[in-house]
Design a binder for this molecule. Structure first.
Ligand SMILES: N[C@@H](CCC(=O)N[C@@H](CS)C(=O)NCC(=O)O)C(=O)O
Length: 211
C-alpha cells in the first residue's frame, strides 16, 4: 500500500495517526507531497489525484481513496483491530456523528480562519483544483466558530473519557488534530476548559500523537 502524505498538513495527519494506531506503520510506503511547493497542483500528482489534495491511499491493486475518511474506512475494513470507527452498530453510528460534527464545526472552522487570511494562500481559499479568492469576513467568522467548537468539546467531555464514549476512536483523532491545527491561528483551549484539557493531555500521551 502507498500513502501520499504531507508531513506538515492536518488532513493527512488524520490518516498518519490512524495508520499508527492500527500498527501498520511499517506495512505502508509513505510518499511526501510538498504542498509548500504546490506539488499537489503538478500534472504528476493530478494524475494520481485529480482533486489535488492529500491524503491519498493506494492499494497494491492500484485502487485509490482520496479523503481521510475514505482512507480510514478502507483501513478499518481491512484491519479491523483495534476498531477506531466503533465496535457495534450504535458505537459506529456515534463515532460517525462525532466525526461529522468535529469536521464541520472544528476542522473546517480552522480551515476557514486560516485559508481566508494567510498571505501565502491568497487565491487558494479552498483546497482543490480551482482557485478561490479569500474573503476576510470568513477568516473572522472561522475564528469565532473555533471558540464555539472549544466550548462544545469541553461540554461534551464533561461526563466521558473520549468523544464517542469510553473508547478512543477516530472522533478523538479528528478533534485532537483540530485543536493542534487551531494553534496555527494562535487559538488554544481556554484555561477553564478543564474537561477538554484533560482529554487533550491524555491523547497527547499516545505515541501516535507526535506524528
Ligand atoms: N476532506 C479532505 C480534505 C483534504 C485536504 O484539503 N487536504 C489539504 C491538506 S490539509 C490539501 O491537500 N491541500 C492542498 C492545497 O492547499 O491546495 C480529507 O479529509 O482528505
Amino acid at each position: 500500500m502507498k500513502f501520499y502524505d504531507c508531513s506538515t498538513a492536518p488532513s493527512p495527519r488524520l490518516v498518519r495517526i490512524f495508520i499508527a494506531e492500527k500498527g501498520l506503520g511499517d506495512a505502508i510506503e509513505t510518499i511526501e507531497v510538498n504542498l509548500g511547493e504546490q506539488e499537489q497542483l503538478d500534472n504528476t500528482f493530478r494524475a494520481i489525484n485529480p482533486f489535488c489534495t492529500v491524503p491519498v491511499l493506494e492499494t497494491d491493486a492500484g485502487k485509490r481513496f482520496f479523503t481521510s475518511q475514505g482512507c480510514w474506512r478502507y483501513l478499518e475494513e481491512t484491519y479491523p483491530e483495534p476498531a477506531l470507527l466503533g465496535g457495534d452498530a450504535p458505537e459506529r453510528a456515534t463515532v460517525a456523528d462525532w466525526v461529522w460534527r468535529v469536521e464541520q464545526e472544528g476542522f473546517l472552522a480552522v480551515g476557514e480562519g486560516l485559508r481566508n487570511a494567510a498571505k501565502r494562500l491568497a487565491n487558494r481559499a479552498l483546497t482543490g483544483p480551482h482557485n478561490y479568492a479569500q474573503i476576510p469576513e470568513l477568516a473572522e467568522r472561522g475564528r469565532v466558530r473555533v471558540g464555539h467548537f472549544f466550548e462544545l468539546l469541553d461540554r461534551s467531555l464533561a461526563d466521558r473519557a473520549f468523544l464517542a464514549g469510553d473508547i478512543y476512536s477516530a472522533a478523538d483523532i479528528m478533534a485532537f488534530v483540530t485543536v493542534d491545527f487551531a494553534g496555527w491561528l494562535k487559538l488554544t483551549l481556554p484555561d477553564d476548559a478543564t474537561n477538554a484539557r484533560r482529554w487533550f493531555d491524555r491523547i497527547k500521551e499516545r505515541p501516535s500523537s507526535t506524528l
